[in-house]
Design a protein around this ligand. Structure first.
Ligand code: FMN
Length: 264
């Protein structure tokens, strides 16, 4: 069955450096497997800045009071089997468009629905800031529960001027694409890393202990019957990590909850 990949770009340039990388990636992916790539340039969508009301996080259901194109994007997230996020580096950070997307989708961090979907993270920069930007980009994507297959920073200047650098990048993309395709078409969902187990338990215990303040989160975890699970889906977990990580995370969440006054 054909798999759909959503390629989300935070660049305001549809023919810019990142777009060239996406084209290359698309050709590798579509030549290797039954894959359909959809480009989503955030600049083409009307996405207002988050108003900070926290309604999406605190109320039940999806109740953002802003009526704009974010609903179209949410629909595209649902339809996608896998994701690519690409952003130019702007003052050593991801672009404002990309940050804004995650602010508006911040409820997805609390309420996992796209877990296990593979994601590839890419950033382009003229000369500096790739490390910081990719490190940042990993935060929302991994907290949403997506499985980050790889992350790659591309120096757009070197990519344009040096053939050997361009070849190196293409080789990296090609190797990453192979792993991405394997995960995308595998019957078994990806085995979680210790960090992914940590994040799963963080949001699970948060849903449990902040139930009064965030009833919608609790409801989402309860509806999906995830509250007493070891991970989002059945998978093999190292028996020591299976006990140790929830034990530590529970303690940390309890301590935090007491500190912020949610628990006495
Ligand atoms: C406002 C702005 C800020 C930028 N900040 C940085 C930066 O901190 N470091 C850097 O190396 N390049 C920086 N750049 C350059 C872009 O990251 C670089 O040209 C990138 O490859 C553009 O990708 P795009 O064509 O896909 O948008 C900046 C560009 C702009 C317009």
């Amino acid at each position: 069955m054909i798999k759909k990949i959503l390629m989300i770009s935070g660049s305001p340039r549809k023919n810019g450096d990142g777009a060239k990388i996406l084209k290359k990636l698309e050709s590798i992916l579509t030549e290797s497997a039954e894959i359909e790539c959809e480009y989503l340039f955030l600049k083409d969508y009307k996405i207002e800045t988050c108003r900070g009301c926290l309604i999406c996080q605190k109320k039940t259901g999806e109740k953002c009071p802003i009526k704009d194109d974010i609903s179209i994007i949410k629909e595209k997230f649902h339809e996608a089997d896998g994701f690519v996020f690409i952003s130019p580096v702007y003052i050593r950070m991801i672009s404002a468009q990309m940050k804004q997307l995650f602010d508006r989708l911040s409820f997805l961090l609390h309420r996992p629905i796209h877990y296990g979907k593979p994601a590839l993270l890419l950033c382009t920069a003229s000369y500096a800031g790739l490390g910081e930007s990719l490190k940042y980009l990993k935060i929302p994507v991994s907290n949403i529960g997506m499985h980050i297959v790889d992350s790659l920073g591309v120096l757009s200047t070197a990519y344009k001027n040096k053939d050997e650098y361009k070849d190196k990048i293409h080789k990296h993309i090609s190797n990453a694409a192979k792993i991405y395709i394997d995960i995308l078409f595998s019957i078994e969902k990806p085995k979680p890393s210790p960090w992914e187990l940590f994040l799963f338990n963080k949001w699970r215990y948060k849903a449990i202990y902040h139930r009064k303040e965030y009833p919608g989160d609790y409801e989402c975890w309860e509806d999906q019957e995830l509250l007493d699970k070891d991970y989002y889906y059945p998978t093999r977990i190292n028996p020591i990590l299976k006990r140790l990580i929830p034990f530590i995370v529970k303690k940390l969440i309890l301590r935090l909850s007491k500190k912020i006054g949610y628990l006495s």
